[in-house]
Design a binder for this molecule. Structure first.
Ligand code: APR
Length: 237
């Protein structure tokens, strides 16, 4: 597989499942216990901010659990980036910090990050990894008078972050690899088609085949198949 120069990798909740974080749409997934309309839309935040803050505070608290660490799939992608000779972009729909913790550098967290909050007045983003919980009384340090903040999460109905950078990388990609995502949520669900139209080879790595259209697929737990795929891509196998 040594013929590829520019790569875009897209990850979803499935890559973090074996680290102990729940996915959304699998059995026992997050959307079985919570209603999207109550915790993950701008309207929900207007109607009941307390519930929305609570949902994200709980998920952020999980990241501090010492048992939640990057798994071999995250680590393999960090190794891939280090060894890759052409351009490399890792786009993740995940709001955890497991890619960053494993050493990946060119990461676009297109749906935001649990460890960041956004000022409701200026839009400035600040790191809240050291803050216990945030709620309507947590104020920014960028405005005078200080303003309340919201989770830096892209909710349903909002536009994902850094779309220009992502689309440019997709249009130049020779290979596009989708890992651990059900492909139910746009715009990420359209990335494979976009890359393929521009000539990229598209590959899916997942526990099971999704309804998306890919040139090639590898199926099994991410912590097994991602390191194997990376080794193959780097020509070690
Ligand atoms: N290894 C590989 N793949 C796995 C594993 C695993 N151990 N466990 C689950 N998967 C796969 C599932 O088969 C499924 O296709 O991961 C996918 C998870 O799908 P979703 O739960 O829909 O998560 P995701 O695709 O990331 O969701 C996209 O939806 O709710 C929003 O904003 C949220 O970013 C999220 C977006």
């Amino acid at each position: 597989m040594g013929e590829y120069r520019n790569i875009v990798v897209l990850t979803g909740a499935g890559i973090s499942a074996e680290s102990g974080l729940k996915t959304f749409r699998d059995n026992n997934g997050l959307w079985e216990k919570h209603r999207v309309e109550e915790v993950a839309t701008p309207e929900a935040f207007e109607a009941n901010p307390t519930l929305v803050y609570q949902f994200y505070n709980q998920r952020r608290a999980q990241l501090k659990d010492s048992a939640i660490t990057p798994n071999p799939a995250h680590l393999a992608l960090a190794d891939l980036e280090k060894a890759w000779k052409g351009s490399f972009l890792l786009v993740t729909q995940n709001v955890d910090d497991l890619h960053q913790r494993s050493g990946s550098v060119n990461v676009v967290p297109m749906h935001g990050q649990l460890n960041q909050a956004r000022c409701l007045n200026s839009g400035n983003v600040s790191d809240i990894s050291g803050v216990g919980v945030i709620d309507a009384r947590t104020l920014c340090s960028c405005c005078n008078p200080q303003s309340a903040m919201r989770p830096d999460i892209v909710w349903f109905g909002e536009i994902p972050q850094q779309m220009g950078r992502i689309e440019q990388a997709l249009s130049q990609a020779d290979i596009f690899v989708s890992i651990g995502t059900s492909g139910q949520v746009y715009p990420a669900a359209g990335f494979a088609a976009l890359a393929s139209e521009k000539g990229a080879h598209t590959v899916e790595l997942n526990l099971e085949q999704t309804s998306g259209s890919f040139h090639q697929g590898f199926y099994g737990p991410a912590s097994d198949i991602v390191p194997e795929f990376v080794a193959r891509l780097l020509g070690d196998k």
